[in-house]
Write a protein that binds this ligand. Structure first.
Ligand SMILES: NC(=O)CC[C@H](N)C(=O)O
Length: 206
């Protein structure tokens, strides 16, 4: 069973519908005991880093998430669900994350340009992924495919070897990580139509 963590700040229904569209039942839960029993766990996230960490902590989700990742069972983080895996984020201050992946979460600068065009922050819309490592979620996905983004911050892993894909937006930034059973994307598979559904299907088939 795929379990989607409901800590009050995720785009849960669209993630759930995405899995259903590719033939996988996904259970949305706010019960840490159900999270602890998941054989595949999805951590979505929309909103501010600190608020999400506060919700995960107050909801009793931190331990079950850490145990799940240690167990080797498949884990998928989406957008803020990627960022929360890291040591800390500079979003609205300095806030500690789950520290499952050493590294920081930093903001795009406001003065990025591409040729003469100012690149707005948040990075919002379709952009291409440059697949660096054959993460299982990328099975059957062509390099250079477009996916959908909505974010102002991006992750900077201490160990570059966890980077599975990058994207260019004023700079080349990490857009997906893969370490053993742990996979996470800065973009939104559930908003990325055909490519995104394939990614969700790949995760369901692990
Ligand atoms: N879509 C989001 O919630 C974005 C996550 C985070 N607040 C960021 O701006 O990067």
């Amino acid at each position: 069973m795929i379990v989607i963590v409901d800590y009050g700040m995720g785009n849960l229904r669209s993630v759930q519908k995405g899995f259903e569209k590719v033939g996988f039942e996904a259970r949305v839960t706010d019960d840490p005991a159900v999270v602890a029993r998941a054989d595949r766990l999805v951590l979505p996230g929309v909103g501010a880093f600190r608020d999400c960490m506060d919700q995960l902590t107050s909801g009793g989700f931190v331990e079950p998430i850490l145990r799940h990742v240690e167990s080797g069972r498949p884990f998928l983080g989406i957008c803020l669900g990627l960022q929360l895996l890291f040591t800390e984020s500079e979003e609205f201050g300095h806030h500690k994350g789950l520290n499952i992946v050493p590294g920081r979460v930093v903001r795009f600068p406001g003065d990025m340009r591409c040729r003469s065009e100012v690149l707005k922050v948040p990075h919002m819309g379709w952009n291409q992924i440059d697949i660096r490592r054959p993460a299982p979620i990328f099975n059957g996905i062509e390099n250079g495919e477009s996916v959908y983004f909505v974010h102002s911050y991006y992750v900077v892993p201490e160990d570059d070897s966890v980077v599975a894909a990058t994207t260019d937006y004023g700079r080349t930034f990490c857009t997906a990580i893969w370490r053993d059973n742990l996979m996470a994307t800065q973009f939104h598979p559930e908003k990325s139509q055909r490519v995104g559904l394939k990614i969700l299907k790949n995760f369901g088939e692990l």
